[in-house]
Design a binder for this molecule. Sequence first.
Ligand SMILES: NC(=O)C1=CN([C@@H]2O[C@H](COP(=O)(O)OP(=O)(O)OC[C@H]3O[C@@H](n4cnc5c(N)ncnc54)[C@H](OP(=O)(O)O)[C@@H]3O)[C@@H](O)[C@H]2O)C=CC1
Ligand SMILES: Nc1nc2c(ncn2[C@@H]2O[C@H](COP(=O)(O)O)[C@@H](O)[C@H]2O)c(=O)[nH]1
Length: 486
Amino acid sequence: MHFLDQRPSYDLTYNDVFMVPSRSNVASRLDVDLTSADGLATPTPLVAANMTAVSGRRMAETMARRGGLAIYPQDIPSEVVAASIGKVKAASPVFDIAVTVSPDTTVGETLLLISKRSHGVAVVIDDDRHVLGLVSPQDASSSDRFAQAKDVMASDVTRVTSDTAPADVFALLSEQHQEIAVAVDPAGRLVGVMTMKGALRSGIYSPALDDQGRLRAGVAVGINGDIQAKVHAALNAQADVIVMDTAHGHQEKMISALGRAREARDAFTAETGRHVLIVAGNVVTATGCDDLIDAGADILKVGVGPGAMCTTRMQTGVGRPQFSAVLECAEAARERGKAVWADGGVRHPRDVALALAAGAGSVMIGSWFAGTHESTGDQLTDHQGRSYKESFGMASARAVRQRTREQSAYQRARAAMFEEGISSSRMYLDPRRPGVEDLIDWITSGVRSSCTYAGARSLPEFADRAVVGVQSGSGFEEGRPLDQSW
Ligand SMILES: NC(=O)C1=CN([C@@H]2O[C@H](COP(=O)(O)OP(=O)(O)OC[C@H]3O[C@@H](n4cnc5c(N)ncnc54)[C@H](OP(=O)(O)O)[C@@H]3O)[C@@H](O)[C@H]2O)C=CC1
Ligand SMILES: Nc1nc2c(ncn2[C@@H]2O[C@H](COP(=O)(O)O)[C@@H](O)[C@H]2O)c(=O)[nH]1
């Protein structure tokens, strides 16, 4: 990218910048290829952050089905991660995993489970996974919470085989005026579900798949403890990318941890033939990138202090405005044949576009995705009836307590003194976009459009062609839509 005027001598946030359109010969937004330019080549350049309130099995599955990735946080025991990734790998890359209940599950419990997924129904199955019916919140609305699923379920289910093309599922649902199809195997057992929107999305997105055609997922590893054992456990758990994760990535401890991670990864490659990339961070300077590349990082995670759960900048004065951090680090990484992930501070689709224009290979999002059906938390309701999920920072007292659970009381108390994150925050579900796929649609349509404004058909072309200007606070304000007259 280049600046419209001179590159400023001060650092810039996403809000400080804008892009101007250039002459373009890209006729359609659907002509833009969004494949990530980070060596992982995921079809969608989005990564759900390794935060406990964000990434678990549902997030991993859904992100990968729509071409992105989710990273399991470092605080989850390795056997739990292994079991969870096993389920992601077993999931259909096309059909959603259904929420399932047995015929005698109570309506109250069924309704709680329905909110775990975006497709809005629970499938009632017998002990052999044969489909008996569907329960939606509307079906259950007039019955009491202790009624059973079998009393309220609808039994006119649209069934398809698991090899039915999404376009055919769409046509069938539209013909039958149904919202959701249930895919079954030849024995009539449940495989998954697909809504009309899901069918449409399957035509737009390609899933992020490993070399065996299974959904991909990543695992974060901290820099304390037995690094080789942790990396080995993550690789054996079938992680497709390893993220070496600490607040201050440009430190000796990270450099030596990366060396050990690389040894474990290389031994695994020699043994299995499977080569897994290592992401390391967080850094915000070219020298930080160079040192981590020397130590073995394939991708650098960039961002200190822009995160929504982050108190680092207020607590320490340390960090760097994110647009400039990404720009400098992406330039440094590119010189060495490597790439960066822009991590944190994304609040609008435009921020993703700007990070990619600055040269990021992919963009990592935490808190925004915490407020979706697929994040790990339970869906709660405030006194006005608005749905939200609780989020918290990975350096908050709450996360530190969890991470240090096996240490002595004294060590835990000492660690808790260094909190640099918020322990409790409400991430409201956007009623128009309550699922992470809704946000992915919103973001990727914005990014596709940004690329066509720049005349780019791919993300490397976008990073090359984008023209960025610097704006005042009122420039940013002018671009905000108004929901009432002024
Ligand atoms: N992107 C960002 O701006 C930030 C992200 N985070 C996230 O929070 C999580 C926890 O990270 P982290 O706090 O590194 O936790 P870890 O538990 O992984 O600890 C990191 C290790 O590095 C040492 N260390 C030295 N200097 C620092 C420093 N300035 N900040 C942090 N650790 C330091 C710590 O020792 P000792 O405790 O003895 O000092 C500790 O041994 C991660 O997921 C991280 O990405 C956290 C803060 C900022
Ligand atoms: N300083 C802190 N940074 C944190 C903490 N927990 C997570 N993070 C970082 O934020 C991004 C996600 O940013 P978001 O704006 O999308 O929420 C995440 O990947 C970490 O790098 C924390 O407690 N303190």
